[in-house]
Design a protein around this ligand. Structure first.
Ligand SMILES: Cc1cc2nc3c(=O)[nH]c(=O)nc-3n(C[C@H](O)[C@H](O)[C@H](O)COP(=O)(O)OP(=O)(O)OC[C@H]3O[C@@H](n4cnc5c(N)ncnc54)[C@H](O)[C@@H]3O)c2cc1C
Length: 273
């Protein structure tokens, strides 16, 4: 069916930039990706997040703004995001209806702890994500600098259902279509999807994959356990996954890093459920 509605532009604000939506891709009824034009003055580090939003309901209402990890690497011309669709969510019940040409609001100051600056050097870099917690790792995994800093980059994405494995094909192909990292990713990047509530080739939760050592071994090279001497870890996703995994890492002698003081692991709590 041809869509005849005209693009929705938004009133200007002082606090936020109006950015134009370039494309939208729906993965299923719970997830979608979209990209916006990158304002010329917008700078960020791979792995950071920014506020995204739409006008509030009613005259004089404040915009509804929410934190969103930028899924594009820092050099990208467009800014890509991966979003949940929360049925009654103040923002995402509306945001899921955006179409190319529409405008959304974007904050001017990106920030975050899932940046390589917050980690001391190491050999293996592990990304542990649940759900939309994948987004900052799409940014980092497509950043050539990451491959010069680490020998291996291992992305674990845990979801409930197979259709929640957004970007599965691109990641499974080791980013072979990516003009900037395809050569490095072909040998250094490993993708480990896991599905906890449907049959799939891997079904363990992140903690189980680490404890049982199923995560290690071919193609991931090196020790079959996490080692604070050589391994660096980034966590993003549900509170439960972060709480459990961070406790495990603390027990193994890892130290949480921040922008103020680099460490051996970093976390970002993206959502409470
Ligand atoms: C640092 C940070 C980075 C974030 N990055 C992203 C991102 O890249 N993509 C994204 O979709 N969301 C992200 N979020 C969550 C996002 O800010 C909003 O919560 C989300 O867009 C839903 O907004 P809402 O107004 O529709 O519902 P809200 O009122 O914000 O949330 C309603 C309910 O939905 C749950 N929920 C919210 N977000 C998610 C989610 N992503 N996955 C599962 N359950 C969720 C909440 O726990 C809550 O119970 C991030 C949050 C933080 C703090």
């Amino acid at each position: 069916m041809t869509d005849l509605r005209s693009p929705k532009t938004l009133p200007e604000t002082k606090a936020f930039a109006n950015v134009k939506v370039l494309w939208v891709r729906h993965w299923n009824d719970r997830l979608f990706s979209f990209a916006v034009e990158r304002p010329a003055s917008f700078r960020f580090r791979s792995g950071e997040f920014v506020m995204i939003g739409l006008p509030g309901d009613g005259e004089g209402a404040k915009p509804i703004m929410r934190a969103y990890s930028i899924a594009s690497p820092h050099y990208a011309e467009e800014l890509e995001f991966l979003s949940i669709k929360v049925e009654d969510g103040p923002l995402t019940s509306k945001l899921q209806l955006i179409e190319p040409g529409d405008e959304v609001y974007m904050g001017k100051k990106p920030t975050g702890t899932l940046v390589t600056d917050a980690l001391v050097g190491g050999k293996r870099l592990f990304f542990f994500s649940t759900g939309t917690g994948l987004a900052p790792f799409l940014s980092l995994a497509r950043d050539p600098d990451v491959y010069s800093m680490f020998d291996q980059v291992i992305l674990v994405h845990s979801v409930r259902q197979v259709s929640d494995l957004a970007y599965h094909d691109e990641l499974q192909a080791r980013l072979a279509e990516d003009p900037l990292v395809s050569d490095e990713a072909a040998t250094q990047f490993h993708y480990v999807p896991t599905v906890t509530r449907e049959p799939f080739r891997t079904t363990g939760r992140i903690g189980d994959l680490i404890e049982s050592a199923a995560l290690f071994g071919d193609p991931v090279q090196g020790a079959k356990r996490l080692n604070p001497e050589t391994d660096r870890i980034m966590l993003c996703g549900s509170m439960a996954m972060i709480r459990e995994t961070a406790a495990m890492l603390d027990g193994l002698g890892f130290e949480e890093g921040s922008n103020a003081k680099a460490g051996t692991y970093v976390i970002e709590r993206a959502f409470v459920d």
